[in-house]
Design a protein around this ligand. Sequence first.
Ligand code: COA
Length: 255
Amino acid sequence: MQDILIHTADGVMTLTINRLDKKNSFTQAMYGAVADALEHAKNDPAIRVTVIQGDVTVFSAGNDISDFLQRKPTPQEDAPVFKFLRGIASHPKPIIAAVCGPAVGIGTTLLFHCDLVYAGDNAAFSMPFVNLGLCPEAGSSLLVPQMMGYHRAAEALLLGEPFMAEAALEVGLVNRIVPPTEVNDMVQTLARKLAAKPIASLIETKRLMKKGQMAQVLAQIAEEGETFARLLQESAAKEAFTAFLEKRKPDFSKV
Ligand code: COA
């Protein structure tokens, strides 16, 4: 799987999103690869920390749009994307993200399940689900209002407005902003620092911080997934995807 590169050293598993010709957008195979890697990391005592990074120019353009058009009409509990979402939301060990450039859709929402997020000053976050005729995923309809407050969440999720690294820092989505060329190195240093700590303490501390709403987050992911799958089949989404692939503005006047 060249689209997700996996490298493990010094207790740190680094997952690099590597589909640059399509701006690191995620295919089902890529969700599957990340889900399998996280499952492996959970059970492998040699892996203590996971890093997720993209390229210095783009983190991820979100779900592959052609893939959306081909998605089957039934909600698929076992689909790789749901394995990925449940896996990252409930992963017991620390996950650190290094984000540069655009982080669209799942490129932003996966960050709500990372423990630490470092961004290049070129990072641009967006969750344009409504603009695609869809609804939020990855528990973001619960986690975004919690983190940002309702009105800022509405700007991000109803208007689908992008926001830059400074705004992400202000709302607490990002821990620190650094020059893009320094993000990956800084994250590797921090990952090794974390990996040197007692693993049982890391796991218990993360579990205790998350346990209060883990069940609620997983239930929200499931409900969003059902709604998302239904909206994917409707004409607004089909018009949005076709317009993107035809490089034109969508026309929602008839939907
Ligand atoms: N799915 C499939 N292909 C995608 C893609 C996606 N989500 N995002 C980008 N691509 C493809 C483009 O179709 C283009 O392919 P082509 O060279 O064969 O024409 C290539 O990646 C480069 O994209 P382009 O839009 O020209 O790059 P850019 O630098 O001008 O813009 C983005 C980068 C990320 C801002 C822009 O590509 C974008 O908005 N992508 C869609 C994001 C989106 O709506 N994702 C779904 C979220 S749920």
